[in-house]
Design a protein around this ligand. Structure first.
Ligand SMILES: [Zn+2]
Ligand SMILES: [Zn+2]
Length: 1018
């Protein structure tokens, strides 16, 4: 006996049950044991930042990872299942700062770096447990407990080794340059961190006068949206080839910008070069001794402003570059926290935004302001704390990329990207990216192992062992490779033997932490396997992961597959590729599945403060993990996912078709005593006489397996879902619908075919919906068949061979005709229960053998092929093309087209009124129907139904209605499907003429004539 199914599945309850059953039966362990020693499939998990609980965004990626790992496991591949956590750097710091109520670097330093590091580690440990809990609930199978943590000393040492190598090749350098800077975080922001960080912002728009020293009464007018940069002005740039003009009010501007003004003098920009002017804040100490002058710059745009550009090399990248070309002084107005230095007088201590209003007022007071307004533009914000960024000059450490760029491009060319345009984006990024800024002025992160000595020698330490060798102090209290402990370690300079050389205080870009993972977790160049050896330093006791040996690395590197969202192209995919190419000149992954963004179901970004963020816990409870996973997998990766309860509801509705089909099998199998045999799973039922429809559903099932396999091999889960949905539709709305009566008695072939089809369907959808699949597998297979694997995941992937495409195409065509026929009926407003005389089908080559089924489904007496009326396509001349060519003959052609007097010449070409017309010279308009018929069609098939209803047809229609009503009454009366009844009918001779038919369809033992329609149990 199968367990009866409730009317709808209770996903969350069923999932919790399966979770504990998996645990109890050690299903995942057994799966791994089973695949151990099999072919290797290497997946490397991109580390999730351990500073939060599981969100529905993260659950998306985790689902895809799980789907493909489960699929590969079903196919017998040996896998590692190592999960990873990103544990240090600004993300973690910002969260901890917030919790501790700290809001500046000074606050952190006062709090104490050792205690701060401990808090950061605590946060990671807490979050890791939360993420593991949430991921398990999602159904993700990973080697939990053996996760990698990027803040382990092991991971850090591997990065040190990478940096040492980069230094040996001469690519590591310290750069003095202008960079985007977050004043709150007090650190520079690297180019790959800026992507996607631009938002609309309103800034002041100022026109400011710079009086010319040698031309009294005249001044340059410049335009700026960043008032705080004005005190750092040193030059004004003009385009050498553009024309500038002096207005009557004494102001110089570009003529092109104000073409309607009157100019008293006009000059080429080149003539203005060298003119001296009074700076806007010359009275402040910081501006002392600065000779402001006009310079020439080809990049001056005539699209906005005045055509004269204010240049402050301390506050902008291009300005900074210009200072090198023109030997301009550099004035740095603000400190690391974005506040004015004391040499800026009354501005001292003000932030860039606080100063704006006062600067405007001051300029106005001194008669320097021409105009002030507001300006909306795209402006970069810090991606971690959302503070508007500024430009600062900073000394940062860089890895120069030019030498390695061609090799990166070559390595990327070996990678198979899905969607393909992601690979193109990576290519673009690799071609255009600047040097990699790897240093951050922060606390809890990768300590950069850079020790510059006064003699000029820079030591880059490649490992902890090497550090110990060189150390002259501090090693004894080095608890882990983090600040403040690492800062206490001093070394001896190998070049000059000077002792007490200190590490630079900077920490590293987090993408170094994640990029090294294909080396640090797989034991690259590690001579000996160390059990439990990965979890060192801050990761100590958080993980039991081993540090494998080099041989292991060789068998698992490069990864067969990685998968993350699109932004990771410039982040994790990039840093991994970069480090891997530097270390071994090879891409670290062979294929990548990327995906776009997640938005809410209305297409808005999800934000905690907008109230549209769905916590994963809530989604588990309200939609269930299977439904979430379905939603993620149904998404083409090249489009944004609109996630929410609306789509979840729709999915649940669709899943009911599957559920009801299983319910149907279970109900009648229990009534009829059907017992399945596990050997039917492959290759399907044998040794029983199959009917054509059974043969079809077996082929249809093979087709599902072929399609599903292809979809998963192409990494396109939405195609798997589409294949499954269409299969369930065929199974339910054709196979079961047309075989229903066979299940009312014991028909071995029907039961076995249906069982096989349903169970095989579950097997291919199992990676997407592991809970529902195993739940139903247990009911349909494991419980009734003693020799069957207890979990669907221990049953392997179905292999059934190639389907009979011809048979499938035939039935697909029949189904299309029936659909079109129903559509035609509904257009004409004729009920499905009303029999009709005839249907004519055109353009269906394969369906001829199935006239009987078509007649039954469409309730018609006669089916004819390639006869009867066709929907006429209205043809019109394409005047735009034909007009110029045939001129006055066009009206004649138009008339002939309207009368349908055309001769087809093939390829869409027509002969009309003696002219040969090309396909594009004729517009194919709407179709015109013929009276007395209703017609529906698609590109190839048209179906015409005769809508005339005579008295005989009408009577049969009434009988069908009656049968339907009686059967509804049976259901309402709570009768079993097999119960017999006595039917009472009002005296209507015409209907009573069909007594036997009515009795058979309603299971009536006899019909009595009475007052009103009634039934009683016989
Ligand atoms: Zn910030
Ligand atoms: Zn030295």
């Amino acid at each position: 006996m199968f367990r009866q199914l409730p009317p709808v599945p209770d996903h969350p309850t069923l999932e919790e049950e399966i979770l504990s059953w998996w645990e109890e039966r050690r299903i995942f362990d057994r799966l791994r044991e089973r695949n151990h020693g099999g072919p290797v499939w290497s997946f490397i998990d991109g580390p999730v930042t351990a500073n939060k609980t599981l969100g529905v965004h993260t659950a998306w990626g985790r689902t895809l990872k799980d789907v493909f790992q489960r699929y590969k496991a079903l196919r017998g591949f040996d896998q590692r299942y190592q999960n990873g956590f990103d544990c240090q750097g600004l993300w973690i710091e910002v969260g901890v700062e917030r919790e501790l109520g700290l809001n500046s670097k000074r606050d952190i330093e006062e709090y104490g770096l050792a205690e701060f590091a401990r808090k950061c580690r605590e946060k990671v440990a807490w979050s890791a447990q939360e993420l593991i809990r949430g991921s398990k609930r999602l159904g993700q199978w990973m080697d939990w407990g053996n996760d990698y943590y990027t803040f382990s000393d092991t991971n850090i040492s591997y990065i040190w080794r990478f940096l040492k190598l980069v230094h040996e090749r001469g690519w590591l350098y310290r750069g003095h340059r202008s960079t985007e800077w977050c004043p709150r975080c007090g650190t520079s922001i690297s180019a790959h961190e800026l992507v996607g960080s631009y938002e609309e912002r309103i800034d002041p728009s100022l026109f400011v006068r710079f009086p010319l020293i040698d031309r009294p009464g005249q001044s340059l007018t410049i335009w700026t949206t960043t008032p705080w940069t004005l005190p750092a002005n040193v030059a004004a740039a003009v385009h050498p080839d553009e024309e500038y003009g002096l207005q009557e009010n004494g102001e110089w501007v570009a003529v092109k910008r104000y073409p309607d003004e009157t100019y008293v003098e006009r000059r080429r920009g080149a003539d203005l070069v060298g003119w001296r002017y009074d700076g806007p804040f010359d009275h402040l100490p910081a501006a002392k001794g600065i000779a402001h002058r006009v310079i020439s710059w080809d990049e001056v745009t005539m699209d906005e402003g005045t055509g004269i550009v204010h240049i402050a090399p301390g506050c902008g990248t291009e300005d900074f570059e210009l200072s090198r070309v023109h030997d301009l002084p550099i004035v740095m107005p603000v400190d690391e926290a974005g506040r004015f230095y004391d040499r800026f007088g009354w501005l001292h201590g003000l932030s860039t935004s606080e100063s704006a209003e006062q600067i405007v007022a001051d300029l106005a007071e001194r008669g320097r302001l021409v105009a002030a307004a507001e300006y909306t533009h795209r402006y970069p914000f810090c991606w971690r704390c959302n503070t508007p960024l500024i430009f600062r000059i900073a000394d940062d450490w860089f890895i120069s990329v030019d030498d390695v760029r061609p090799r990166l491009l070559a390595a990327n060319a070996t990678v198979e990207w899905t969607p393909a345009y992601f690979g193109k984006r990576m290519d673009d990024w690799l071609r255009n990216m600047g040097d990699w800024n790897i240093s951050r002025r922060r606390y809890f992160g990768l300590p950069l192992p850079i020790y510059p000595c006064g003699c000029g020698h820079v030591t880059v330490v490649g490992s902890r062992a090497e550090l110990k060798e060189l150390a002259t102090a501090g090693m004894d209290q080095l608890v882990e490779l983090h600040r403040p402990w690492i800062d206490a370690v001093e070394i001896r300079c190998p070049a000059c033997e000077t002792e007490g050389v200190q590490r630079i205080p900077e920490i590293g870009d987090v993408w170094l932490d994640a990029g090294i993972v294909p080396f640090s977790t797989l034991g690259w160049q590690n001579p000996q396997w160390v059990e439990g050896g990965y979890g060192t330093g801050a990761a100590n006791e958080l993980t039991g992961a081993d540090l494998p040996d080099h041989e292991y690395w060789q068998s698992w590197f490069p990864a067969h597959w990685v998968s993350e969202m699109r932004e990771q192209i410039r982040l994790w995919f990039y840093s991994q590729l970069f480090m891997s190419v530097c270390l071994v000149d090879k891409a670290p992954f062979r294929s990548v599945l990327g995906y776009e963004k997640m938005l809410d179901e209305h297409g808005r970004p999800m934000h905690g403060s907008w109230g549209n963020l769905i916590p994963a816990e809530e989604a588990f409870a309200r939609m269930g993990a299977d439904v979430m996973r379905w939603q993620y997998c149904d998404q083409p990766p090249d489009r944004d996912l609109l996630f929410g309860y609306g789509p979840a509801h729709e999915i649940k509705r669709k899943l009911l078709t599957l559920w009801n089909s299983v319910g149907f099998l279970v109900r009648y199998a229990n009534i009829e005593g059907f017992r399945p045999t596990v050997s039917d799973l492959a290759p399907g039922p044998v040794g029983v006489e199959l009917r054509p429809l059974d043969r079809w559903i077996l082929e249809r099932t093979k087709k599902l397996v072929t399609d599903a396999t292809a979809a998963l091999e192409e990494q396109l889960t939405h195609r798997l879902i589409a294949a499954f949905e269409s299969f369930v539709d065929d199974l339910s709305n054709w196979y079961i619908r047309r075989s229903r009566r066979r299940f009312y008695g014991y028909d071995d072939a029907a039961f076995r075919a249906l069982w096989f089809a349903l169970v095989t369907g579950l097997r291919v959808i199992a990676p997407v919906m592991p809970f529902l699949a195993d739940h139903l597998w247990r009911n349909l297979v494991a419980d009734p068949c003693a020799e069957a694997p207890d979990s669907i995941f221990l049953a392997g992937w179905p292999e059934l061979g190639e389907p009979d495409e011809r048979l499938l195409a035939e039935i697909a065509e029949v189904r299309r005709i029936v659909e079109l026929g129903r559509e035609a009926r509904s257009t004409a407003g004729v009920k499905l229960r009303q029999p009709l005389r005839r249907v004519y089908v055109r353009g269906a080559r394969l369906a001829r053998e199935h006239a009987q089924e078509i007649a039954e489904e469409l309730r018609v007496d006669e089916v004819g092929f390639d006869q009867g009326p066709v929907a006429q396509v209205r043809l019109l001349p394409n005047l735009r093309v034909l007009g110029p060519r045939l001129g006055r003959k066009v009206p004649e052609i138009k008339a002939a087209l309207e009368r349908g007097e055309v001769e087809e010449l093939g390829g869409g070409r027509l002969r009309v009124a003696g002219e040969e017309l090309e396909a594009e010279e004729v517009i194919r308009g709407e179709r015109v129907e013929i009276s007395g018929w209703t017609i529906a069609y698609n590109e190839t098939v048209s179906v015409a139904l005769d809508t005339e209803i005579d008295a005989e047809l009408e009577l049969r229609g009434q009988v069908y209605e009656l049968i339907h009503t009686v059967n509804t009454m049976r259901k309402d009366a709570g009768l079993e499907l097999t119960d017999r009844i006595v039917l009472t009918l009002p005296d209507r001779g015409d209907v009573l003429g069909h007594k036997d038919w009515i009795k058979a369809e309603t299971l009536a033992t006899r019909i009595e004539v009475g007052e009103a329609l009634a039934i009683t149990k016989a």
